[in-house]
Design a protein around this ligand. Sequence first.
Ligand SMILES: C[S@@+](CC[C@H](N)C(=O)[O-])C[C@H]1O[C@@H](n2cnc3c(N)ncnc32)[C@H](O)[C@@H]1O
Ligand SMILES: Nc1nc2[nH]cc(C(=O)O)c2c(=O)[nH]1
Ligand code: SF4
Ligand SMILES: [Mg+2]
Length: 242
Amino acid sequence: MSKIPVMEVFGPTIQGEGMVVGQKTMFVRTAGCDYSCSWCDSSFTWDGTGKHLITQMEPDEIWAKLKEIGGEGFSFVTISGGNPGLLKNLNEFVMLLKENQIKIGLETQGSKWQEWMMEIDELTISPKPPSSNMITNFYSLDDVITKLSSPEFEGNISLKVVVFNQEDYEYAKRIHQRYPHIPFFMQVGNDDTATEDNSMLISHLLTKYEELIEHVMKDNELKDVKVLPQLHALIWGNKRGV
Ligand SMILES: C[S@@+](CC[C@H](N)C(=O)[O-])C[C@H]1O[C@@H](n2cnc3c(N)ncnc32)[C@H](O)[C@@H]1O
Ligand SMILES: Nc1nc2[nH]cc(C(=O)O)c2c(=O)[nH]1
Ligand code: SF4
Ligand SMILES: [Mg+2]
């Protein structure tokens, strides 16, 4: 067995984003990312500020931690980061979850492929729009999506693009047009990931959500799209570990 850099293990909570929004789930957040998005709400996983929180854990140690805090009350685990797609050795942890009849969700930006992704039940790929300052490598993204579109992949995939401005909106549309058969989600960007003033943040995010909905509803080129906020941000604001 080999060790995995774990940033935090938490839950049960609801999946606040995307294709399985509302799902009761535990979270395992891995450390490290190949991106550095300008607005990353989990930048402590890669910018050094959370260095003291990183624990190198064996798969059975992560499982023990999940059972310690989640008890008998969960059947779904979401792996996020950072980018869990950087970790080749996550396969052992993924297989351990499957042996225990746990459904698995994954959050990744689609920049890296790993064979264990074939075992994921609900896989969200979140390519990054211009406001992130990241450049999408479409060779890598095409490759990941091609692999997940093969009949051997038995899970569900979705694309989820965070939108902060008009340029991001146009990028999101291009993503949807490039992969029209993949369920497509637009997510409201949180542009104040530091504030502790929840009531101010929540009303601001709800306004942003309404604006994004209005934009999409008027757009005849976007038909088969789901528009969502980060539900957890509307409940808990920027609180960590929820
Ligand atoms: C923190 S990332 C970790 C997984 C992976 N690195 C990724 O980006 O997909 C999890 C999700 O949060 C989204 N996200 C990050 N910062 C955000 C923000 N400020 N507002 C809205 N969504 C954000 C990302 O786009 C991604 O879909
Ligand atoms: N409740 C909740 N839902 C989430 N969906 C994606 C998250 C993430 O940070 O990847 C996240 C998170 O951190 N919390
Ligand atoms: S890819 Fe995900 S974890 Fe990495 S910097 Fe961007 S939002 Fe944050
Ligand atoms: Mg998050």
